[in-house]
Ligand binder design. Structure first.
Ligand code: A3P
Length: 295
């Protein structure tokens, strides 16, 4: 009973000015001692941008499209989530210790909190960015179902907190921009959720090229099929239903919720959209990153 109460909705804790889930904040110190392996691959995203989707794609690529191998464990065990910590559950670092090379790693950290060794040792990165309006709607639903977050409050106040960088992992704007700039001096494949929706096969081929791997055409087709929204939603190894209900309540909102581009239109009011656009134009001024708000 005490454990359940302890896990439920603690306030965010700032680390170097970045608000984080309380338990994740406690993981940042120990994480700085991470020793990367030369063939590690890091999946980096701001939350709700397609991390799980890319994780499943990469695990399938690493296992040559063999479905039974990808069913060996839930996605959060196959792809350790570096800063993850939660009472009573193995941490990201503990899961990493059990993971054989070549390893896939996941993080949502901004560069200021990322273990320096990952940058110094030029660990390859696949970054996925998703348009901010779909991210904030997805994030609001996620805050509601994932009880490690504080209570999100009303949609209107959550939207304002997101714009102000006062949500877990801080500013979306800074995150997408700083990882975009990093591509000048670090091996990064920077992809967009909307492009993956539009043509997953094309984007998977970009991933293969970046990794210096090749797979038969029919295996690529199989990966596209197995990692479709519908397939991942019904797969307990990718849909997070193996997480205890007191941590993630799928009755409130499923983890794989809608999986589309442009869903924000069902949530934003006209006034919220105008307010958001004005702030967006100011915050993203001078940045050559271009997002698609719908397909
Ligand atoms: P929605 O809440 O808009 O549905 P992350 O894994 O980074 O937390 O991102 C979760 C978001 O990606 C959710 O968005 C989820 O539905 C979507 N997603 C996960 N797998 C997907 C897939 N195979 N195809 C499309 N969207 C997917």
């Amino acid at each position: 009973m005490e454990l359940i109460e302890d896990k439920s909705r603690p306030p965010l804790v700032p680390v170097k000015g970045v608000p984080l889930i309380k338990y994740f904040a406690e993981a940042i110190g120990p994480l700085q001692n991470l020793t990367p392996l030369p063939d590690d691959l890091l999946i980096s995203t701001y939350p709700k941008s397609g991390t799980t989707w890319m994780s499943e794609i990469l695990d399938m690529i690493y296992h040559g499209g063999k479905l039974e191998k990808c069913r060996r464990a839930p996605i959060y065990q196959r792809v350790p989530f570096l800063e993850f910590r939660c009472p009573g559950v193995p941490s990201g670092l503990e899961t990493l210790e059990e993971t054989p090379a070549p390893r896939l790693l996941k993080t949502h950290l901004p560069l200021s909190l990322l273990p320096r060794s990952l940058l110094d040792q030029k660990v390859k990165v696949i970054y996925i960015a998703r348009n901010a309006k779909d991210v904030v709607v997805s994030y609001y639903n996620f805050y509601n179902m994932a009880k490690l977050h504080p209570d999100p409050g009303t949609w209107d106040s959550f939207l304002q907190n997101f714009m102000d960088g006062k949500v877990s992992y801080g500013s979306w704007y800074q995150h997408v921009k700083e990882w975009w700039e990093l591509r000048h001096n670090h091996p990064i494949l920077y992809l967009f959720y909307e492009d993956m929706k539009e043509n997953p096969k094309r984007e998977i081929k970009k991933v293969l090229e970046f990794l210096g791997r090749s797979l038969p055409e029919e295996t690529v087709d199989l990966i596209v099929h197995h990692t479709s929204f519908k397939k991942m939603k019904e797969n307990p190894m990718s849909n997070y239903t193996t997480i205890p209900n007191d941590v993630m309540d799928h009755g409130v909102s499923p983890f794989l919720r809608k999986g589309i581009a442009g869903d924000w239109k069902n949530t934003f009011t006209v006034a919220q959209n105008e307010h958001f656009d004005a702030h967006y134009a100011k915050t993203m001024a001078g940045c050559d990153l271009k997002f698609r708000w719908e397909l």
